[in-house]
Write a protein that binds this ligand. Structure first.
Ligand code: DOR
Length: 446
């Protein structure tokens, strides 16, 4: 770690000075030199030699960490470029400290073929963030025939999901899990994972918010917690039956957290994510029928929020994801029951976790960087230790900076942030992708 530094600055080198390095190996005070896509040196603060580079980024009072990894973003391309593009989504991601995002396949057309996978990969190349398309488990996300998963794994797809909908048929899901378990060898041994949006539609149909006291008061159709929990229960059983990995997306209920905890204790190969909105907002936010608070799965009562927070604290939940879901103002400007579900998340996620969770920053970074990187199979490039020779995908965070959320100032053309006007603590100062500073002092560089 305490490597001596070259004194002659190489072209394109960047020095990050004055920060505390936090990675999966712990914390220490050190300066970091990067260039040519990699970390060149990490120099302990008490080392007398000064570190020279073509450019120096001030990181005093900051934390430098592996870039964040978001397992769940909707980048809307192809099909809804008015709401978001891969380019604007990647820029928002970089502003939020992310160096890798997994793009969901509920685009138009769906990401269920080699052509669309390649299209999204091409759109992502050269943006501010590494964009990894996930692909649909079933053709057209219709829940019937399996997508050509082997072909898509060969192209680099590591996560499959019908997100936006869950796979309703237990038999189709069983077949998908059996098929996926034989595909790891196609992609250099990186594990393939099936991720599930848990929602039994027979129970959620007609609902547009959580079924409970608030849906009764507001006269809106409800989606019971059980619509999610029945599918979590089923897929835990299928993980046991097939031995294949299942990742649970955007868990939102106390019952789901308890089942995943028990499944992990039983040694089953399951992982789970929680979104920032599910652990910071409740169904009471829907009281004014403001569609910015409409999301699937829906915001839940306080007891569920508390259970998610406990699950994040005790390791039951492996990752914080955003489920960043842009929608145009025209689309959101509809009655609550007919507006599309979803909210922005990329630029607020880290600050919300730092502001709202009573967890040390080391644990928050585990939940937002190296743990999701491992789940998505991108841990060859992301979430790596900050050490010489490693890919220089990094974020620099000022944990004490306070700021006010403004949708207008976000990179996304859509404005549906539920945190408008909220004061948050903790802000991304710089983001480096393959050693290039793509965000400097909170400003995107391209
Ligand atoms: O709220 C949501 N929005 N949940 C989903 O599962 C899909 C997403 C979207 O695509 O807008």
């Amino acid at each position: 770690m305490n490597t001596r530094l070259a004194v002659v600055p190489h072209s394109g080198t960047v020095a990050i000075k004055g920060a505390t390095v936090v990675d999966s190996n712990g914390s220490r005070q050190a300066d970091v030199l990067v260039g040519d896509g990699r970390i060149i040196a990490v120099q302990a603060a008490d080392d007398a030699a000064d570190l020279t580079a073509e450019r120096t980024l001030d990181a005093s009072g900051c934390v430098v960490a592996p870039g964040l990894v978001d397992l769940h973003v909707h980048l809307r391309q192809p099909g809804r470029e008015d709401a978001e593009t891969v380019e604007t989504g990647a820029r928002g991601a970089a502003l939020g400290g992310f160096t890798a995002v997994i793009a969901m396949p509920n685009t138009t057309p769906a990401i269920d073929s080699a052509a669309v996978v390649r299209e999204v990969q091409d759109l992502g190349a050269g943006t501010c963030c590494d964009v990894y398309p996930s692909a649909a488990i079933t053709l057209g996300r219709r829940g019937e025939e399996l997508a050509p998963m082997a072909e898509l794994v060969r192209l680099g797809v590591r996560m499959f999901t019908d997100d936006g909908a869950g796979v309703q048929s237990a038999m189709v899901m069983r077949r998908a899990l059996e098929y996926a378990s034989g595909l790891d060898h196609l992609n250099g041994g990186a594990a393939v994972v099936l991720a599930q949006h848990c929602e039994v539609e027979e129970l959620s149909v007609g609902g547009c918010m959580h079924e409970g006291e608030w849906s009764s008061r507001l006269g809106l159709g409800g989606q019971p917690a059980e619509a999610e929990e029945l599918m979590v229960m089923r897929d835990i059983a299928l993980a046991r039956l097939t031995g294949s990995r299942v990742h649970f997306q955007h868990l939102s209920t106390a019952g789901s957290v308890a089942m995943v905890r028990a499944a992990k204790q039983a040694g089953l190969p399951v992982t789970a994510e929680a979104t920032t909105h599910h652990f910071t907002l409740t169904d009471a936010c829907c009281a004014d029928y403001d569609t910015v608070f409409k999301v699937h799965p829906p915001l839940r009562p306080e007891a569920d929020v508390a259970a998610l927070r406990s699950g994040l604290a005790d390791g039951t939940i492996d990752a914080i994801a955003t489920d960043h879901a842009p929608h145009t103002s025209d689309d959101k400007d509809k009655p609550f029951d007919s507006a599309p579900p979803g909210m922005l998340g990329l630029e607020t996620a880290l600050a919300l976790a730092l502001t709202e969770l009573d967890l040390p920053i080391e644990q928050i970074l585990a939940l937002m960087s190296w743990q999701p990187a491992a789940i998505a199979g991108v841990d060859d490039r992301h979430g790596r230790p900050v050490a010489p020779g490693e890919p220089a995908n990094l974020c620099v965070i000022d944990p004490s900076a306070t700021w006010t959320v403004s949708g207008e100032e976000m990179a996304c053309p859509s404005r549906n942030t539920p945190y408008e006007g909220r004061q948050l603590k903790g802000r991304v100062r710089h983001t480096l992708l393959a050693s290039e500073p793509v965000v400097i002092n909170g400003e995107a560089q391209r």
